[in-house]
Design a protein around this ligand. Structure first.
Ligand code: G3P
Ligand code: MG
Length: 269
């Protein structure tokens, strides 16, 4: 059973910075993306949800409390109120006043620098279908001139299905926090190009099964070199990490580490 349509070559770098720069800067803010880029990353993962008035913006949690000076459910506020919050002070004084980031502003910055993104659709619970639809609409408009479109991903099959119905040509990936026999089937049913699996549930056999289904295998959140090395050897296609500092040399190199290892072993033989 193969899901990949013709002309869907995989254009993405294999090193992906989680939430911009992992934990080194306030997650999902412009400061984080700048820091991730300074560490040599050319692709970023981030979390997108909707304000009450339908503006896509970046925030991981449903609630504002952990990463901003606001309180309660973020999706209940309009963008005007959200835009005035401080999303940096929680991390430390150097980031005081860092605002929440609109998808539109991120789109401009990424395209100015020729960088890529994995947009995780992270709906406020109950808002899955609207979020999938609206994010896909905005992505199609904001990246209309881009050669490489954002990779849309989600744990929510409802959000992915809504994105697919709205903009069927945007690449999609299903996120799996657990491994189940129906994960691959669900990804195929949703017309996804990839599965993005919690690394604690990924091994060589499962990566091979993902590949056999015609899908790419990505993993999150891989923060240790030994784990990364094992997954690259098993054929991983993309790795999402917090440790933009640890993996900076490899991210700068850009090449697929698995291929480099094979070449190095052939050279040494
Ligand atoms: O998209 C990969 C990863 O970000 C999913 O988990 O909770 O960090 O958004 P979470
Ligand atoms: Mg995420």
């Amino acid at each position: 059973m193969h899901a990949v349509a013709p002309n869907t070559a995989w254009p993405y770098p294999c090193w992906i910075a989680h939430r911009g720069a992992g934990e080194l800067a306030p997650e999902n803010t412009m400061a984080a993306f700048r820091l991730g880029a300074e560490h040599g990353f050319a692709m970023f993962e981030c979390d997108v949800k909707l304000s009450a008035d339908g503006e896509p913006f970046l925030l991981h949690d449903t609630e504002l409390d952990r990463t901003t000076n606001g309180h309660g459910e973020a999706g209940l506020l309009g963008w005007d109120a959200l835009s005035r919050l401080d999303a940096g002070s929680w991390h430390g004084r150097p980031y005081a006043g860092e605002p929440l980031l609109r998808l539109e502003a991120l789109a401009r910055w990424l395209q100015a620098l020729g960088m890529m993104v994995n947009l995780e659709i992270k709906p406020t619970p109950g808002d899955e279908v609207r979020t999938g639809r609206v994010v896909a609409q905005h992505v199609a408009r904001l990246w209309s001139q881009a050669h490489v479109k954002p990779l849309l991903s989600s744990f929510s099959t409802a959000a992915l299905e809504a994105a697919r119905q709205t903009q069927p040509d945007l690449p999609r990936a299903l996120l799996l926090d657990e491994w189940g026999d129906d994960g691959i089937k669900s990804a195929l049913r949703l017309g996804c190009q990839a599965l993005v699996v919690n690394h604690t549930h990924l091994n060589g056999e499962r990566i091979a099964a993902i590949h056999d289904a015609g899908l790419k295998a990505l993993s999150y959140t891989v923060n240790h070199a030994s784990r990364a090395s094992m997954l690259w050897r098993a054929g991983l296609d993309g790795l999402i990490t917090d440790r933009v500092d640890v993996f900076e040399p490899q991210a700068r190199l850009g090449a697929n580490p698995a291929r480099l290892m094979v070449e190095a072993e052939a050279w040494m033989a």
